[in-house]
Design a protein around this ligand. Sequence first.
Ligand SMILES: *Cc1c(COP(=O)(O)O)cnc(C)c1O
Length: 374
Amino acid sequence: MPRIPLVDLAASYARHRDTIDAAVRAVVEDTRFIQGREVGEFESAFAAFCGTRHAVGVSSGTAAIHLSLAALGVGPGDEVAVPAHTFVATAEPVTWLGARPRFVEVDAGTGGMDPDALKSVIDRVRVVMPVHLYGLPVDLSALGALATAAGVPLVEDAAQAHGAEFVHDDGSVVRAGAYGRIGCFSFYPGKNLGAFGDAGAVTTSDPALADKIRRLADHGRATKYEHLVVGYAARLDTLQAAVLAVKLTTLRASNQRRRELAAAYRSRLDGVGDLVLPVEPANRRGVHHLFVLRTAHRDALLAHLQEAGIGAGVHYPIPLHLQPAYASLGYRPGDLPVTEAWARECLSLPLYPELTDEQLETVVAQVRTYFERV
Ligand SMILES: *Cc1c(COP(=O)(O)O)cnc(C)c1O
């Protein structure tokens, strides 16, 4: 166990222990483990938080993406634009549906889907699915304009971005998951809003899509015994909903603390070695799911930090277009050079709401020590 882990789920539980224990006990005693009252209550609260008319609880972030693409009719012969620099779950459901992921180059500064790169493939894709990577919204107005002009839906992979905000030119603010036709969220335990197991949600303001996704997640049911379509078993558990409802009440404050810690890292690490620190464009407010910097010394710095008991990580070392699982798509090293540079140089430092100022100083000191020696 590193002295300072990358994420600290025990600290998170300690902060919420009494309310979570009570909420879990209520579900256990009530025994409505499937579609209990807490599911609908959490869905309403999460939709209100995101600023959408609907939220549908599902079994994971991956399921959220799968059900969303299925509801939009993605199937064999289709292509879906996804960034190459992301977690594999952004692309897997595309493949499950018989469609082909079209891996799009990312922006050198932010790591999000590059609108210029999308432009060159927009005419061939059925859906555009950017990722608000590390909690920073992508350039929604540029990507959204391209999708709108091409007449294809934009689906946001907001698995890392609960509460992140994008500011329009007129000053109005939209939260992650509320801009596109659909937003897909993960409540994997280490995410900004984390369950005690797998869980996820789909957000949308389109009532027909919400109904369709809800039905697909529950065996295609119209009623208890009538199945309109062949669906899936991908509901949100009542127990997870109960935990999530408790943690949602402190999400805003947790995100604020993450922003403070990120600002502290930025000021304390500015100018150290060859570090490139994460940027935040003026029209976006990220929620720092991860604090990811870049350095040509990535592997050596990672080893140094781990040696010092600091749980640094890499998100993600192998870009999707070069994953063995996607070898059949025929991509080669060098095809997406900006993505490949991210994969080579990115390093994630510990960042979670319970990280103390002292712990942050310890991390900073170890990063500085590394660069003093090279
Ligand atoms: C976590 C994550 C997912 C998948 O979510 P699960 O809940 O683990 O299935 C999808 N996309 C991104 C970008 C993620 O970080």
